[in-house]
Design a protein around this ligand. Structure first.
Ligand SMILES: Cc1cc2nc3c(=O)[nH]c(=O)nc-3n(C[C@H](O)[C@H](O)[C@H](O)COP(=O)(O)OP(=O)(O)OC[C@H]3O[C@@H](n4cnc5c(N)ncnc54)[C@H](O)[C@@H]3O)c2cc1C
Length: 478
């Protein structure tokens, strides 16, 4: 239906801003009015300028800026960060390879029309930026298979990105034919400074703000198999507000620590100032919660982030599909809907492996008194005598459980393991639910599966890549 093509206005604004920033250097270079060099060399410069601009924009796509992630959601923000990063890497890879002109300097050639005029220093910084970027990209892609802790990876990713930015700036100002004009220099210096400031903002300014509004753990208790409920409360009056379904970055112990972890808020906005999380044991941080988040432990929040939220969306019925700990944001949404007196029909399909993993069963039953709510439990390894659904959530199950909702323009929320989200997105699409009516949130950003949403993102990225290439070619042929 037409709904498939409904694009959120926030996304349009971001894309326009992105294209403006990423194209600015080439356009400024064009306006310089110098005679073009051979096609290959002009193309190489055009792609390099575009790539450097994209890399600087990547700093804002780190997931820590609400102005970016609020309109488009954290899933799309991180996916764009990954894909645009790869696009820039391809352009940067080609940059030194594509040149045909000699490197030498020729003082008589004012506009460097026949030589590249690379100084040794510019060659060195160019090489550093190129190599570090390739390593960064490679590490980011194979991260899960590397024997390093997530925190180690993130630290090296941040430091590496800063090195690439600074080395690229030096290389560009020193070697860039189109960086000699005042406006171009001003653009590069300002944009690089902004990118570096974003790191200062995230790792220094924000922590200072967090230190000023500390929380402490009120209670940490085991509520299901390998799943913990953590309740925190602010130490002083707090202005923290969120929309049901959003998440925060949580840091425990000291506000100076660099490492923080994203967790969905499981409580409703009406439960503030208390905030509840439902956390599943995964790796080192979440493996030792009774100690790490023992009652009294200071914790610090950055957020809220994300748009896994009901408000500002249209739908005749609300369908929540949660897998395992994906119940956390769904609980928040349900609690929020109950307080808000929601009257539309709400369905929760809650999938787990075993019955011991089910969280908040009693409360889910009781929520039915305040909401027009149906809860369906699904177990892939049901105990003897289980009367609920079995197996995995699939199209046949959806047709059975939400037949009426599927016909009534439902608003669907999906949260759980990545393979579950991917398959549910595919099924919903096959059942005729437009992509724009499906909101999903992945707890890991190792996406890339063949889903309708991913195909849409791929098409969008191909369009952006084509726009960049078209501009670079037009610039080279001018
Ligand atoms: C938006 C969002 C909301 C989330 N909400 C919840 C929730 O409500 N309940 C819950 O149990 N889990 C949630 N998670 C997942 C949770 O953040 C990870 O399970 C946790 O950070 C794992 O840390 P670890 O050290 O225990 O495990 P590790 O073994 O170190 O990590 C396991 C995997 O988790 C991811 N991860 C680890 N550390 C981080 C980090 N600092 N930042 C981002 N990702 C990381 C990586 O993909 C890593 O491969 C959420 C994740 C995201 C992105």
């Amino acid at each position: 239906g037409r709904g498939i093509w409904r694009v959120p206005s926030g996304l349009i604004i971001l894309v326009v801003a992105y294209l403006g920033l990423a194209s600015a250097p080439v356009l400024i270079g064009w306006a310089q009015g110098w005679p073009p060099r051979p096609l290959r060399d002009e193309l190489s410069s055009g792609l390099a300028m575009t790539a450097f601009a994209i890399l600087l924009i990547e700093f804002l796509l780190s997931g820590r800026f609400r102005a970016v992630s609020a309109p488009i959601g954290i899933d799309l923000t991180m996916r764009l960060h990954q894909l645009l990063g790869r696009l820039a890497v391809v352009f940067v890879f080609l940059h030194p390879v594509a040149y045909s002109l000699p490197l030498a300097q020729a003082p008589w050639d004012d506009t460097r029309a026949s030589v590249l005029g690379l100084t040794p220093a510019a060659t060195a910084t160019g090489l550093v930026a190129w190599v570090v970027l390739m390593v960064l990209a490679w590490f980011a892609i194979v991260r899960d298979r590397l024997p390093y802790r997530y925190e180690t990876w993130r630290l090296t990713h941040g430091i590496g990105a800063a090195v690439v930015a600074v080395a690229s700036l030096h290389h560009t100002l020193e070697a860039g034919r189109y960086a000699s004009a005042g406006l171009a220099r001003a653009f590069w210096i300002t944009a690089t400074a902004a990118a570096l400031l974003s790191l200062v903002w995230v790792y220094l300014v924000k922590p200072l703000a967090q230190a000023a509004s500390p929380y402490r753990v009120a209670r940490t208790e085991r509520v299901a198999h390998a799943i913990w409920r953590v309740v925190i409360e602010p130490l002083a009056a707090s202005a923290f507000r969120f929309r049901a379904g959003q998440f925060v970055w949580l840091k425990s112990g000291s506000w100076l620590k660099l490492a923080d972890h994203p967790f969905s808020i499981a409580s409703g906005p009406a439960d503030l100032p208390r905030i509840e999380f439902v956390i599943k044991e995964a790796g080192d941080f979440t493996a030792d919660l009774p100690r790490r988040l023992a009652a009294g432990t200071p914790v610090y929040l950055d957020g809220p982030f994300g748009n896994f939220t009901v408000d500002r969306r249209i739908g005749q019925a609300i369908v929540l599909m949660a897998g395992g700990v994906g119940i956390a944001p769904a609980l928040s949404i349900l609690r929020g809907l109950a307080t808000d007196g929601e009257t539309r029909p709400v369905t929760l399909i809650y999938a787990n492996r075993i019955v011991e993993q089910i969280v908040a069963q009693d409360e889910l039953d009781r929520l039915g008194e305040r909401l027009d709510l149906r809860v369906h439990h699904v177990l892939s390894e049901p105990p003897a005598g289980w009367s609920g659904e079995t197996g995995l959530i699939d199209a046949a199950m959806m047709r059975r459980l939400i037949r009426r909702e599927l016909r009534a323009q439902p608003l669907c929320f999906v949260c759980g393991p990545v393979p579950m989200i991917d398959s549910v997105e595919r099924d919903l699409s096959a059942l005729g639910v437009p992509v724009s009516q499906v909101v999903s949130e992945r707890f890991r950003y190792d996406a890339g599966a063949n889903t309708p949403r991913e195909r849409r993102i791929g098409a969008g990225l191909a369009a952006l890549a084509a726009a960049h290439l078209a501009l670079a070619v037009a610039f080279a042929l001018r």
